[in-house]
Design a protein around this ligand. Structure first.
Ligand code: C5P
Length: 307
């Protein structure tokens, strides 16, 4: 019985267009994902007795150490669901111990739980020797959650459907980001419910990826990308957490090229023109009451990979 280690990035949404709620309760999305240099690691150690367990830890990271109390270590954990789904699909009888080293914020709008599920698929596929192709893993990923297929893919990609269909986008350049993590997470489900409440008497149109954003990515133009960042969940997230508006304002005042919430929030993201510029923005945010932690990062990076 063998062991495999996988490194998996967080995601951000450069744009997040949200359409009217579907009959299944999900919302159609038109998004551009970018995988960023903030990684969780999942180690899978196969076991012969058929048990599947998960343990979550962080190393020397005070923010994450507090947050991991909110990560379930039972069957609600998405990494365990991923292992079970792969076992069902392949008929393997072995079990696995999953050890997750967390860095991606919990309930931060950066798909930390989905990232761990993507990593668990790749790690178990290796540790169990089940040999499923990347395409087969992507099919399983879509059943686990809307963001999971993109976290296998990585880079930049257009997301459609409820987020689970991933297609390539022409993009160049590497971008400097600053992430402001909040003291408390937000539930994705709650933010979408607030979106529905706020839009109950409005016409919500089918979402589209803005042309200006695609043009900025094609050109590798950070300034144009900053102007084109957008997120239809902003109003709903700010309705639940009004103080996030202050965080966004402080980053913009510090000269960020653009500022939006990451996915359903509450992590706020800021685009910088250079490493030095991102340091200035991070400094301005670090003394903000609403920020539990400020992190500089780069994107795009690759998706879940064996190390
Ligand atoms: O797909 P995932 O399980 O990550 O989604 C979490 C929750 O977010 C869903 O239960 C749903 O309430 C909401 N959601 C949505 N529309 C999407 C994606 C997620 O309403 N496209």
């Amino acid at each position: 019985m063998s062991q495999a280690n996988v490194r998996v990035p967080a995601k951000i949404n450069l744009c997040l267009g949200v359409g009217p709620v579907r009959d299944d309760g999900y919302h159609p999305l038109a998004t551009v994902y970018q995988a960023v240099d903030l990684h969780d690691e999942v180690r899978a150690t196969a076991r012969e007795d058929g048990e599947i367990t998960v343990a979550v830890h962080s190393e020397l990271d005070v923010r994450v150490a507090g947050e991991i109390a909110f990560v379930p270590e039972d069957d609600d954990n998405l990494a365990i669901k991923a292992a079970r789904l792969l076992r069902e699909r392949t008929g393997v009888t072995a079990g696995v111990d999953l050890a997750i080293r967390k860095v991606i914020p919990v309930a931060g709008g950066m798909a930390g739980g989905s990232a761990d599920a993507a990593a668990a698929l790749v790690a178990c596929n290796e540790a169990w020797g089940t040999g499923l192709s990347r395409a087969a893993l992507e099919t399983l990923a879509a059943r686990l959650g809307s963001d999971v297929p993109f976290l296998l893919h990585g880079g930049n990609a257009i997301g459609g459907g409820r987020g689970e269909t991933v297609s390539p986008v022409l993009a160049r350049g590497s971008y400097h980001w600053v992430f402001a993590m909040a003291h408390e997470g937000l539930s994705t489900k709650a933010v979408f419910a607030e979106f529905d409440r706020l839009n109950a008497h409005r016409t919500v149109r089918s979402p589209e990826v803005p042309d200006a954003l695609l043009a900025a990515l094609r050109a590798g133009d950070a300034e144009a990308l900053g102007d084109a960042l957008s997120n239809d969940l902003t109003e709903a997230a700010l309705s639940l957490r009004p103080e996030l508006g202050d965080t966004l304002g402080i980053g913009l005042q510090a000269g960020a090229l653009g500022a939006i919430l990451s996915g359903s929030g509450p992590t706020a993201l800021f685009l910088a023109a250079s490493e030095q510029h991102s340091l200035d923005i991070a400094f301005a945010l670090s003394s903000t009451a609403g920020c539990a932690d400020v992190v500089q990062s780069r994107g795009p990076v690759t998706g879940a990979r064996l190390t």
